[in-house]
Design a protein around this ligand. Structure first.
Ligand code: HAX
Length: 438
């Protein structure tokens, strides 16, 4: 048996005991209240989801299984001779909560190698799509097209017990994750590199193989590893993670769930913001004739965008109230590898200018930069200038976290998600009753 699966099973037994005890013995304990503003306002802050894979503290930022980003990057086994850890090791951490040994990492790397081949029919589907389809549309369609491969569906149709649902879901997760770098790089090369496709190299780790198939030299392999790890999980209420969980809660398989996750990620208020940051900067760059704007000039560009009723992409967050540590990790990478890059200087000016302007405007609860403000600059520097591809990179990373969450959803027997809705008239009645009661 796969060692990772054995380890996972040990943890699942403990996890099942915990959730059974919590529901049986403490099911009525209140963990929060819901206000009218929260019900109308996108459920901000409503505590109604459960995950152990990661936790987002508004002040500190994300912790993966209890580890901050610097701790994660420091503790995970590194690819020999490289700066960044194995993405495979990060998946082990997300799934089990433990730092893997190099043997654990190599087991996953080996499983990925066995499963990385992208079926020809997926390529045919991509080729049949209009050439101006957005890369995220292509990515979503390619994933959905593989639904016929689902081990979960086969097991479900043959009457597997619900206590075993997690096992074929685990199989689907490994098979799907192994193929995502190949599919993504295929889309990139087909669309933007004259259709010259580079076959995968099974000797390489996930990040290394992705860089190889993209046709981008070192240290892009480390960029890929850093990206996939940073974007992997952000607890489970964000649009992409929540969509994946919600769709999976109907017992839709991982192919349906991850394709839906990609669709949620493709919105400009979420993952597409990394594309939008580059689009916004290019607009400024054109107006500046290539010159880096002064802080005063940049302030005016920011105000012009706000005054035209648009958001400043890459700034603000629904939960975070400080600069995103995912932004800081990428900023450190930029300071080390591309300190004199022109676009990095733009982003640096924005870092100083945007927060005070957003504060002065007085609307955004969090004026600080998020992960998307910095990520496109690194891609641009290494020659991946087609910014409508950037959210696909986010999608490969996010799939690691959402797949891990869905395997655990199945293991813990989380039920169909079905919150209750009210009409606005009912809200008015509740308000009247409570005001009268005061
Ligand atoms: N620029 C301008 N206005 C902003 C803003 C920004 N960057 N961030 C928030 N605001 C505005 C909101 O639009 C809202 O305006 P209205 O009252 O007119 O509706 C007001 O400030 C209050 O919003 P909030 O409570 O601070 O923020 P939300 O939780 O509603 O939204 C968003 C969080 C991330 C969607 C928001 O900050 C935003 O639109 N940012 C720009 C887009 C972006 O960078 N998205 C990526 C976020 C990180 C992520 O998920 N990555 O994938």
């Amino acid at each position: 048996m796969i060692k990772l699966k054995e380890k996972l099973y040990e943890k699942i037994v403990v996890g099942r005991e915990t959730v059974t005890r919590l529901v049986k013995e403490h099911g009525d304990v209140k963990i929060g209240e819901v206000t009218v503003a929260q019900a109308i306002g996108g459920m901000r802050g409503v505590k109604s989801l459960v995950t152990d894979i990661s936790y987002l503290d508004p002040e500190e930022g994300i912790r993966f299984r209890g580890y901050t980003i610097p701790e994660t990057l420091e503790k995970l086994p590194k690819v020999p001779g490289e700066e960044m850890p194995y993405v495979e090791g990060h998946l082990y951490l997300l799934l089990t909560g433990e730092i893997p040994t190099s043997e654990d990492v190599h087991e996953i790397a080996e499983l990925f190698k066995q499963r990385q081949h992208v079926p020809q029919y997926v390529i045919d589907v991509l080729r049949a799509m209009p050439t101006d389809s957005h890369p995220m549309t292509m990515f979503s369609v390619a994933i959905a097209s593989m639904q016929r491969e689902s081990a979960f569906v086969k097991a479900y149709n043959s009457g597997v017990s619900k206590y075993e649902y997690w096992e074929p879901t685990f199989e689907d997760g490994l098979s799907l994750l192994a193929k995502l770098p190949g599919i993504a790089s295929y889309i990139f090369r087909m669309k933007y590199r004259s259709d010259v496709i580079i076959p995968g190299n099974p000797e390489l780790d996930m990040g290394g193989n992705f860089a190889h198939m993209m046709g981008v030299p070192k240290p892009y392999d480390d960029v890929a590893r850093l990206y996939f790890i940073l974007h992997s999980d952000h607890e489970s209420g964000n649009v992409s993670a929540h969509t994946g969980h919600l769709v999976a809660s109907a017992l839709s398989d991982l192919y349906y769930s991850i394709s839906s996750m990609i669709n949620g990620l493709a919105g400009p208020l979420h993952g597409l913001a990394n594309q939008e940051v580059l689009r916004w900067i290019q607009g400024v760059r054109e107006k500046m004739g290539g010159q880096v704007p002064t802080e005063e000039e940049m302030r005016q560009f920011v105000w012009d965008t706000l005054n035209s009723g648009q958001v400043i992409p890459g700034f603000g967050h629904a939960v975070l109230r400080k600069t995103d540590p995912r932004y800081m990790a990428q900023r450190e990478f930029c300071l080390k590898h591309l300190p004199d890059d022109e676009l990095f200087k733009y982003v640096d000016v924005l870092f100083r200018v945007v927060p005070p302007v957003l504060r002065e405007q007085g609307k955004a609860k969090n004026p600080w930069p998020n992960v998307d403000a910095q990520s496109g600059v690194i891609q641009w520097y290494y020659g991946v200038k087609e910014y409508d591809f950037y959210t696909v990179l986010f999608g490969i990373g996010r799939a690691l976290g959402v797949v891990s969450n869905i395997i655990w959803d199945r293991a813990l027997g989380f039920p169909l998600e079905r919150p209750k809705s009210l009409t606005t008239h009912m809200l008015e009645e509740i308000v009247q009753q409570q005001t009268a009661g005061v």
